[in-house]
Ligand binder design. Sequence first.
Ligand SMILES: Cc1ncc(COP(=O)(O)O)c(C=O)c1O
Length: 506
Amino acid sequence: MSSAMNPLRPLLRSAIRRASAPVSSARMARRTLVTPTNINHAQVSDIQVNATQGVREDPGEFDEGDVIASESQSGEGMFGFKLNPVATKTGGHAKSEGRPIYLDMQATTPMDPRVLDRMLPFFTEQFGNPHSRTHAYGWEAESAVDEARKHVASLVGAHEKDIVFTSGATESNNMIVKGIAKFYQKSGRKHIVTTQTEHKCVLDSCRYLESQGFEVTYLPVLPNGLVSLSELRAALRPTTTLVTIMAVNNEIGVIQPLKEISDTIRSWAKENGVTKPFFHTDGAQAVGKIPIDVEAMGIDAMSISAHKIYGPKGVGAAYVRRRPRVRLEPLIHGGGQERGLRSGTVAAPLVVGMGEACRIAMEDMPADHARIKVLSDRLVKGITSQVDQIVRNGDPSGYPGCVNLSFSYVEGESLLMALKDIALSSGSACTSASLEPSYVLRALGAADDMAHSSLRFGIGRFTTEAEIDLVIDRIVSVVNRLREMSPLWEMVQEGIDISKIEWAAH
Ligand SMILES: Cc1ncc(COP(=O)(O)O)c(C=O)c1O
């Protein structure tokens, strides 16, 4: 685009003029700032800042109406666009208008407007490097990072010094699994225990370690997705350094019994007079959604992600206990930030957002959980009371915001295609690019066709009752329509036992 045509040019010119103008007063100055307002509506304006402290005077209060707006009659979403379609009934069928209904909260969550508000100043006037020790810009960023660290730590019952900021749970999982394995291999312990239903980033870290000469036991799970404590006990060896078992499964919402797992590891080590293997849990889908207390649950290391709890993408944390100390070999070397475990400048705006998301989670968790449970029960009842032959995957007492259903005699791909007005996932978002049936459902013993016809419904803080009702209507009508077109379904309706049919080979 030629500069003459660039509509941003006058704005840029005035911003440059303002930036290069001399500061008129050392005490009070006028700075340009992006106001802490809803995205898409952010405006450039001049406000007064205290130049000596560089602290914004008007932090911008969260307006509860921002969130409640997601349930408004007009269908205006919390960010000013139509995030939540309006449930309009035409001829008995619900119709969605605007953007698809978002029911994919395990893939990611929308950022809470309160989080965005807290973050914005750290992109603009409070832009300092938190590791700069010689001036106020650095100090204010450092103090904001320290505060965020406290929020993350208190959400999981940890000491703030045990929290290491990373780019997300993928990095934390890699760092902890590979880091612990590599550090302790010097003592001859080269065995790791995990489960077959872990997230890919844990499984692939384990595969990598196998290529480096480590031995890994991939525990099967019970048909409800839970790990068997007796199988865990039987898998432990004197050379086991690490047991890594996720807290909440991202596909089926199953909650593993973390305390019982750590008790099993501890008692096994005591009985056998050997060093206790470390217990790591991938808490990406658990922290901020269900109560987690690392002390009470005997967790030595844990991975956390911000964008699963209404925080920003690209930031996470690793809980790495210092007393008794868990040691690990860092993956990233450099300036020695984050206890030397994760070098690199800490992303202050993202970390501030993560801290705020954790602070809010601490306050809102009981109310969020209760509301999500009501919506989840409504969804399951609404669908299963109108459609037969549905299997709920995973233990039903798991996290209610993750509901995984398989629809017999419906082809999974056609199901997703027909439900384009609902944003959901079949299996894990990270692996749904491939059409392989989900490895998690396979590990539960699901047949390939049932794994193929599964849908994951992810319900969250901003999901509304109207959305759930609309989804129920859509699912019921689409499944019924697809089954009407299915020859197999017709045979089942005629009372033919299709499991006894001998199909001719071609
Ligand atoms: C259980 C689990 N672990 C790890 C991750 C990776 O998290 P992040 O996106 O923060 O790297 C995810 C995200 O899908 C997850 O669900």
